[in-house]
Write a protein that binds this ligand. Structure first.
Ligand SMILES: [Zn+2]
Length: 308
């Protein structure tokens, strides 16, 4: 073999390799183009729609759990529980849930680790199967909190973190968008409570757990245009440290619900909140005087029923 032939061969080989690379490059470009298109459509779905096409009805029950918080939601095929009230009222909670013929919970959310929100959780887990459990990324050094985590683990679940940006799809026309917590840590455990919006068709329901004015302000600064809602569950049992005027104005709800016990030692709801309700012309309902409060809607028209 001559040196010239050798060179020719090597040249041909290189050309082939080069051709191969070109082909590979072309494939890579195509794959990236497809990924870009797919991710564009995927992200498009994630963009919050202002109105969803709803089917059937939604039921939201603000349960009477004394000085605590618990809300049950039935929408499409989803049974959802936000908080489970204090342990002292867990029998009352279970009785109200039993009346609703729930087979299992697709979603349970613990807004934050205070006893008046998670005290009834173990009983819920004992009685019902739970498919998904959400809580903010925080812990609390109490037996109640430990017991809840044990119940979640026994169910074979790992808590899913709920925070700013979390979205929970609830079938046709329904979803939850979460605006807080925004940070890894807060001084006040209450501020880990997710501020979230449940959308069903044209209706929007705001839940805030015990989030305080500080957290409300952060959400207001970033998401003022997303907060408009038909119904607010007033934060922190109607405490004056939540439900700041600007926050409530941004929501401008027609209806409001306060969850608290009669003659509670905190004086909830506070006078400031009562005054705000009057000023803003909000039709308010209270679990301490009216018991369980149930809203139903077809996605447009909300009707409200009270136990007492
Ligand atoms: Zn509370």
């Amino acid at each position: 073999m001559t040196r010239e032939n050798d060179l020719k061969k090597s040249f041909k080989r290189n050309m082939k390799k080069h051709k191969g690379n070109k082909k590979a490059q072309f494939i890579v470009v195509i794959v990236f183009a497809i990924l870009a298109v797919v991710s564009f459509y995927f992200n498009k779905d994630k963009v919050e729609p202002s109105v969803l096409q709803a089917n059937g009805n939604i039921e939201i029950s603000y349960l009477d759990v004394g000085q605590g918080d618990s809300a049950y939601i039935r929408v499409n095929d989803f049974d959802i529980l936000i908080d489970a009230g204090p342990r002292s009222d867990s029998d009352k909670l279970m009785k109200q849930l039993e009346e609703k013929n729930i087979d299992d919970f697709e979603i349970v959310i613990a807004t934050h680790p205070h006893e008046d929100h998670i005290g009834g959780m173990t009983k819920v887990f004992e009685k019902y199967e739970v498919e998904n459990f959400y809580m903010p990324k925080t812990t609390h050094n109490t037996k109640t909190f430990e017991n809840m985590i044990k119940a979640v683990t026994n169910e074979g679940l790992k808590p899913k973190v709920i925070k700013e940006g979390t979205t929970i799809e609830l079938g046709e026309g329904a979803r939850i968008d979460v605006y807080s917590p925004m940070h890894e840590s807060y001084d006040n455990l209450n501020d880990y409570s997710p501020i979230m919006k449940l959308t069903f068709g044209n209706n929007k329901f705001i839940f805030t757990g015990d989030a305080e004015a500080e957290s409300e302000k952060e959400v207001l600064d970033k998401y003022a245009d997303k907060l408009k809602g038909d119904v607010i569950k007033f934060g922190h049992h109607g405490s004056s440290t939540s439900s700041s005027t600007e926050f409530i104005k941004a929501i401008s709800p027609k209806y409001g619900v306060i969850s608290c016990a009669a003659d509670n030692s905190y004086g909830h709801p506070h006078r400031e909140t009562i005054n705000l309700i009057k000023e803003q012309n909000i039709e308010a309902y209270r679990t301490d005087t009216q018991g369980q409060i149930t809203l139903t809607s077809d996605g447009n028209n909300i009707s409200i029923k009270t136990e007492k």
